[in-house]
Design a protein around this ligand. Structure first.
Ligand SMILES: Cc1cc2nc3c(=O)[nH]c(=O)nc-3n(C[C@H](O)[C@H](O)[C@H](O)COP(=O)(O)OP(=O)(O)OC[C@H]3O[C@@H](n4cnc5c(N)ncnc54)[C@H](O)[C@@H]3O)c2cc1C
Length: 327
């Protein structure tokens, strides 16, 4: 079994950027992705529009042309898919990586299909797989989802949306516009300050006019088959309910990071240890790229500001290779 110069775990925008850069620099590489190309983006809401303009989502300076300044999900799927296919990137899809072990100077990467050897490994697995649970009775009922896809599903239904950030607000507005009766349960005193600047006034106006009922400083205590119980400053409220969208954010797979030897900060941020100059972790040859670097601070990194990780990591790998070549 020949060792790749670099094996990349995760075929999201940043994993793809790493593969492209490795190819450009003549390294042998493989991207292993557990789903389709850009799996997280594929699973985003069907009508989702990025907050970034398309040029900020470009990788390897390949132009991203979109109809409006801020592209839609389907345009991003098109863009990243075309990059993979037209550059004939070496990518294995629908193959989950289960383990990474260091063996002397190389890594053994075990997937559900086979084992690979690599001199370096980049973990670019994002944070979209694990939702932050609200941990209340009834959360496991089939009517509860932590992912929102299509507003049509909720037309003429009583829908509770839990959360106050972009995902929750987009879902509340879209579903209300398609005829859902929406209750918005917000833990804090207001709609999140990071909600897109052109969307925030829209939701506030819908709440003020009474179209969407918001419960501020409130938490869901229990989810039942036909109702939810909410703790509000005015006391407990029972609301009739058909569906719940608990859009309270997502988190990286910390168990996986620890299993492969990456240290995390001990505070609630759980920041992985890495050198910010090279993105190399405390395990020599094991790198982190993309939004996974932020630990619980999942708003810190996005495509816009993490696409540079690809260049930093490949430069570090090349530098190490060159320093090993006898002069
Ligand atoms: C609704 C929403 C809107 C956003 N809008 C923007 C925006 O406008 N601008 C912006 O810059 N950012 C935005 N972001 C953030 C950014 O798009 C994503 O976080 C982006 O996908 C990050 O890229 P990534 O490659 O680091 O991670 P991801 O795209 O999450 O890619 C990680 C990949 O790793 C795969 N994977 C995970 N575990 C394994 C495993 N064990 N084995 C193999 N593969 C695995 C996953 O299937 C996934 O494809 C948004 C995020 C969300 C949720």
């Amino acid at each position: 079994m020949e060792a790749y110069d670099v094996l990349i775990v995760g075929g999201g925008p940043i994993g793809i950027a790493c593969g492209l850069e490795a190819k450009k620099k003549g390294l042998t590489y493989l991207i292993v992705e557990k789903g389709p190309i850009v799996n997280s983006l594929f699973n985003y809401p069907i009508n989702m529009q990025f907050f970034s303009s398309s040029e900020k989502l470009e990788i390897a300076e390949i132009p991203f042309i979109s109809k409006e300044a801020k592209p839609k999900r389907n345009e991003a799927l098109e863009y990243y898919r075309r990059i993979v296919t037209s550059n004939q990137l070496n990518i294995h899809l629908f193959e989950r990586v289960q383990g990474i072990e260091k063996n002397d100077d190389h890594f053994i990467v075990t997937s559900e299909k086979t084992r690979y050897q690599a001199k370096n490994v980049i973990v670019a697995t994002g944070f979209y797989d694990l939702p932050n649970k609200i941990e209340v009775p009834g959360e496991d009922l089939p009517k509860v989802s932590h992912y929102y896809k299509d507003p049509h599903f909720y037309a003429s239904q009583k829908l509770a949306v839990i959360g106050a950030s972009n995902s929750a607000i987009d879902a509340a507005l879209e579903c209300w516009r398609k005829g859902a009766e929406v209750s918005l349960i917000i833990r804090g005193p207001e709609v999140g300050q990071r909600v897109k600047y052109w969307v925030r006034p829209d939701i506030i106006n819908r709440i003020n006019e009474g179209s969407i009922k918001a419960y501020y400083n409130s938490v869901v205590k229990e989810i039942r088959q036909h109702e939810i119980v909410v703790d509000t400053p005015e006391g407990e409220v029972v609301i009739e309910n058909d569906f719940v969208l608990a859009l309270t954010g997502y988190k990286p797979n910390f168990r996986f990071l620890q299993k492969i030897g990456i240290e995390l900060s001990e505070d609630e941020k759980k920041l992985p240890v890495y050198d910010p100059e090279t993105m190399e972790t405390n395990v020599a040859g094991l790198y982190l790229a993309g939004v996974i670097c932020g630990g619980m601070e999942t708003h810190k990194w996005f495509i816009e500001n993490s696409r540079i990780h690809a260049d930093m990591i490949i430069a570090s790998i090349l530098e190490k290779q060159e320093s090993k070549v006898p002069s």
